[in-house]
Design a protein around this ligand. Structure first.
Ligand SMILES: Cc1ncc(COP(=O)(O)O)c(C=O)c1O
Length: 480
């Protein structure tokens, strides 16, 4: 049954009160309990971001010749980004709505460039197993086949295999700084050499790292080269709505020069509505996001971001040391930036059961698969909760060790099973069905009560149903 539009309007106070009330079951990011999704400092900063957004909430960046104020904000943002990424005067780019849009644009750009310059009809891109899902989405959207580079033991891509994957259909190579699952910075310098030798564009996905790694380096932290100083790098995506601490809806895609960017642009000259030109995926572009992104860059400047990077790294280092001091746990690979994952080294400790225990303590911990692990995207705000997190984690490990059955219950059973369902296409099909259902107008409200933890409801409800389906299917099969 559709929920109809109200016949009568309500007062703005009533509406705003409802908006606040809806937040009741959302992640507790203000208490530094969440480890992804939100990059929060404090209420003062949030109010500044909201005010900046608010001042341009109605303005539209669709046409750069209309709102010249927005074009100025965009130009300033791209210049500042080029500066911290060590770009030359030739670097150019566009502000997008987020990391995904930036990644999608890179794929469209390089596909069209290869089509135009080399007549490539069956485009392929070479990406690592740890590339963000946005790249898999881009592959589907733009019909660019993926060649997936496997990882070595240290979670870096196997470059020998990468080299062998290059062929005349290769339109781009992707590296990440860092990749999302384990926080590893891919060997961009070596990848740049390969890309340059074969004249193939190399994009660096620095959606996570773009607004923090440069400041870590400015603070004296040793950092492998990954930005425009690496000759083979032709474009970089860097999000301001992550470690730039802007409002949601702000990322950048920059290119080494206009020879690349022009393939991102869309122009249609014969539309009855007029000649139309658009620099990225969106039509109407939200002025508020640009204003908030511009504002945070002016507000923090390099010195402010360096302070945030320092606090973040302090938190990261304390967390890693604390985790590695628990005998049954180990940080995975050699993450350099603000993100890392950890796994269990003991057959007696199921890492997903540890995650359940952490959820029960009010933490919102993300799960990895292949291999199983827990994930942390650390911000400056987490510095104040590091000791509590480590104490709760040590306790969680002890609880799981003392109660092996916990590995067969709750989220541990769900995630463990999900990782082991052999028919991945079936998993995809079923998730697709359930996921789509949630978008029926008025129907299929998210089942928040299905969750044992705050904020994870929708995902757990979904996977629980998937497991029920899978177990049912196996049972039916066995009874045949
Ligand atoms: C490495 C990387 N690239 C791209 C994205 C996509 O960014 P967004 O969620 O802003 O679309 C993410 C998101 O976490 C990411 O970690």
């Amino acid at each position: 049954m559709h929920k109809p539009m109200p016949d009568q309007g309500q007062s703005s106070e009533e509406v705003l009160a409802q908006l606040e009330a809806f937040k009741e079951h959302d992640p507790r990011y203000k208490d530094a309990r969440a480890w992804s999704l939100v990059y929060y400092i404090d209420e003062q900063h949030a109010a500044f971001v909201k005010e900046s957004y608010h001042r341009y909430a109605c303005e539209n960046g669709l046409n750069p010749t209309a709102f010249k104020s927005l074009k100025k904000l965009e130009t300033d943002i791209i210049s500042a980004t080029a500066d911290i990424l060590h770009g030359t005067e030739d670097v150019c780019g566009v502000v997008t709505s987020g990391g995904t849009e930036s990644c999608l644009m890179a794929v469209k750009t390089y596909r069209d460039m290869a089509r135009d310059q080399r007549r490539v009809k069956k485009p392929e891109m070479i990406i690592c197993e740890t590339a963000h899902v946005a790249w898999f989405k881009a592959s589907e959207y733009f019909g660019v086949k993926i060649r997936l580079v496997p990882l070595l033991e240290d979670l870096t891509p196997d470059l020998k295999k990468l080299k062998k994957m290059i062929n005349r259909n290769t339109v781009m190579i992707l590296g990440s700084a860092p990749e999302y699952p384990h926080g590893t910075i891919d060997p961009i310098e070596a990848m740049g050499e390969i890309a340059q030798k074969r004249s193939i564009p190399l994009h660096v996905d620095a959606c996570v790292g773009g607004y923090i790694l440069p400041f870590m380096e400015m603070n004296g932290e040793p950092m492998p080269p990954w930005d425009y100083r690496v000759q083979g790098v032709t474009s970089i995506s860097a999000d301001i709505h992550k470690y730039g601490y802007a409002a949601k809806g702000a990322s950048t895609i920059t290119y080494r020069n206009l020879d690349y960017l022009r393939y991102q642009m869309f122009v249609y000259q014969d539309w009855p509505g007029g000649v139309f030109a658009s620099p990225a995926l969106l039509g109407t572009r939200p002025g508020g996001s640009y204003a908030a992104a511009w504002s945070v860059l002016q507000y923090f400047g390099k010195s402010g971001y360096r302070e945030l990077a320092r606090d973040t790294l302090l938190a990261v280092n304390k967390l890693k040391a604390g985790i590695n001091s628990i005998p049954e746990l180990q940080v995975m690979g050699s993450p350099k930036g603000p993100v890392f994952a950890f796994r269990s080294t003991s057959g007696d400790v199921d890492i997903f059961a540890v995650g359940d225990q952490m959820d029960a303590q009010g933490w919102q911990v993300d799960r990895n698969q292949f291999p199983s692990g827990l994930h942390a995207m650390v911000t400056a705000q987490h510095l104040r909760v590091v000791d509590q997190y480590i104490a709760d984690l040590a306790q969680a490990v002890e609880t799981v060790k003392a109660n092996p059955k916990l590995a067969e219950q709750g989220g541990a059973a769900t995630y463990g099973m999900l990782a082991h369902v052999p028919l991945r296409q079936m998993v995809k099909k079923k998730v697709l069905e359930m996921f789509s259902e949630q978008y029926k107008a008025g129907g299929a409200e998210l089942d928040l009560s299905a969750a044992s933890s705050v904020g994870k409801g929708e995902e757990k409800g979904l996977v629980d149903r998937l497991i029920q389906w899978y177990v049912g299917r196996q049972t039916r099969k066995n009874s045949r």
